[in-house]
Design a protein around this ligand. Structure first.
Ligand SMILES: O=P(O)(O)OC[C@@H](O)[C@H]1O[C@@H](OP(=O)(O)O)[C@@H](O)[C@@H](O)[C@@H]1O
Ligand SMILES: [Mg+2]
Ligand SMILES: [Zn+2]
Length: 188
């Protein structure tokens, strides 16, 4: 297929919003400083923005898929309001040890598996080699690697980063807010 587009795959909790732990309510959803501006800039630079988020809270019975969808709709509208159109949102509601039967399963979409990224690649015709994954956990980097994403960026805005996580990344940034400048500098 022609005209493949580069994408920024974005983890949600710890990358877009502060990870207070299984965030599922609008009141607990706080955008990390500078990320909306960064997303605006990345769109201008020609990247598709694709959210890929593990939501095991659904399998664990902490919140329902409907609650997740409501929060997601709010997030999507809040971003659109600031001129950030998300190109795709993928989530994994599963966990092998979940307490909600229909979601208690091993799946291909829970990061570090690459399922969500591969769905995005196929549905949005993404150029994986030219794309970036931004996340706060080792699992985000491993999913990107398995999906053939060209650039793996670990951010310090979420979970504490240890050496094993760092080893899986190409680079560590303080947050998504730094990515546009990082990409522009790399192109120089
Ligand atoms: O960072 P993304 O992928 O957007 O979402 C992760 C969250 O859904 C939750 O993932 C859980 O990990 P487990 O799913 O229990 O491993 C915990 O780390 C929670 O604190 C966190 O809020
Ligand atoms: Mg995260
Ligand atoms: Zn899944």
């Amino acid at each position: 297929m022609t005209n493949k587009i580069p994408a920024i795959f974005l983890d949600r909790d710890g990358t877009i919003n502060i990870d207070h732990g299984f965030v599922h309510q609008i009141d607990d959803f706080q955008f990390i400083d500078g990320v909306i501006e960064a997303m605006q800039e990345l769109k201008k630079m020609g990247y598709a923005l694709v959210v890929v988020t593990n939501q095991s809270g659904i399998a664990r019975g902490k919140y329902t898929e409907d609650q997740f969808m409501q929060l997601t709709e709010w997030m999507d509208w809040s971003l659109a309001d600031r001129d950030v159109e998300l190109d795709g949102i993928y989530f994994c509601p599963h966990h092998p040890e979940g307490s909600v039967a229909e979601y208690a399963q091993v799946c291909d979409c829970r990061k570090p598996k690459p399922g969500m990224l591969l769905s995005g690649q196929e549905q949005l015709n993404i150029d994986m080699a030219a794309s970036y994954m931004v996340g706060d956990k080792r699992e985000d980097m491993l999913a990107a690697q398995a999906a053939g994403v060209g650039h793996k960026i670990l951010v310090r805005s979420g979970q504490p980063i240890d050496e094993t996580a760092q080893e899986t990344a190409d680079v560590v940034l303080n947050s998504l807010a730094e990515l546009p400048a990082f990409i522009k500098n790399a192109a120089k």
